[in-house]
Design a protein around this ligand. Structure first.
Ligand code: ADP
Ligand code: MG
Length: 252
């Protein structure tokens, strides 16, 4: 890696400072501090219910926070309004459920955001959409509706839809958890390519081989806290806490 790209990773694209959140009596995020550098691939792992999805959702304010700060490229995430809509569009999000619009073709799904939010013309939006669909390997499905695609194809189309907004970073919340096993790799392969292309990524996943191979850093969450973080080798081979050791044993 060149000196330049190494130091670029010190510029945070996403930063959480002392973030706290409750759902009623449940303290779901506890003093979470996290910074994601440019081009960094951060993998978040931890037991179910530990707050991983909530943390991701706070990053584009799909969830509010009780206290603390969230900064995108150094700018505080606004509470509401047009500025929030603009900044939200800068973080792509891919969920376990693909969330494609069922009544629209794949191509229309991918061009909707660029046309409505970015104000692109039909031709420009479609040209880039087809390029992205090609890149994720579903260009031949462009004129079909989601139900005509396999789960793996739908998730790849959902990734293309997010990329069409030219996001500063991509967040993936268990993107392969709803897929049949034989379709998991085709989605992970697209994510590996994105990572290689320098995309800043936050990935919540139970796919440990992906984490080992692609993550720059692994964050382990439990009970709403970041309990441990380190390089994949450090974390998987030499976990520092008993909680992390117990979790890693439980998923073997
Ligand atoms: P994870 O993604 O790590 O499984 P979540 O962030 O989904 O964890 O959930 C963390 C905790 O917050 C869980 O106990 C969950 O039941 C609770 N929770 C999540 N969303 C809500 C909500 N909208 N209202 C109330 N409780 C919630
Ligand atoms: Mg979750």
């Amino acid at each position: 890696m060149s000196q330049d790209s190494a130091s670029e990773k010190n510029v945070p694209v996403i930063e959480l400072r002392h973030v706290d959140k409750h759902f009623g009596d449940l303290h779901v995020l506890r003093d979470v501090n996290l910074s994601v550098g440019r081009g960094e691939v951060l993998v978040v792992i931890g037991p179910s219910g530990s707050g991983k999805s909530t943390m991701c959702r706070t990053m584009n304010r799909l969830e509010t926070i009780d206290s603390g700060e969230i900064l995108i490229e150094g700018e505080p995430l606004p509470q509401e309004g047009r500025e929030l809509a603009r900044m939200r569009a800068e973080l792509g999000m891919v969920f376990q459920q693909f969330n494609l619009f069922a009544h629209m073709t794949i191509l229309d799904n991918v061009t909707l955001g660029p046309r409505e939010v970015l104000g692109q013309g039909k031709e420009e939006a479609e040209r880039y959409a087809m390029e992205l669909l090609e890149r994720v390997g579903v260009a031949e499905q462009a004129h079909k509706v989601p139900a005509q695609l396999s789960g793996g194809q739908q998730q790849r189309a959902a990734i293309a839809r997010s990329l069409a907004m030219r996001p500063k970073a991509m967040m993936f919340d268990e993107p392969t958890s709803a897929l049949d096993p034989e379709m998991i790799n085709e989605v992970l392969d697209v994510m590996v390519e994105l990572a290689r292309g320098g995309m800043t990524m936050v990935v919540v996943t139970h796919e440990m081989s992906f984490a080992r191979r692609v993550a720059d850093r692994v964050v382990f969450m439990a009970d709403g806290q970041i309990v441990e973080e380190g390089s994949p080798d450090e974390f998987f081979d030499h976990p520092k806490t008993q909680r992390a050791r117990d979790f890693l044993d439980s998923i073997k």
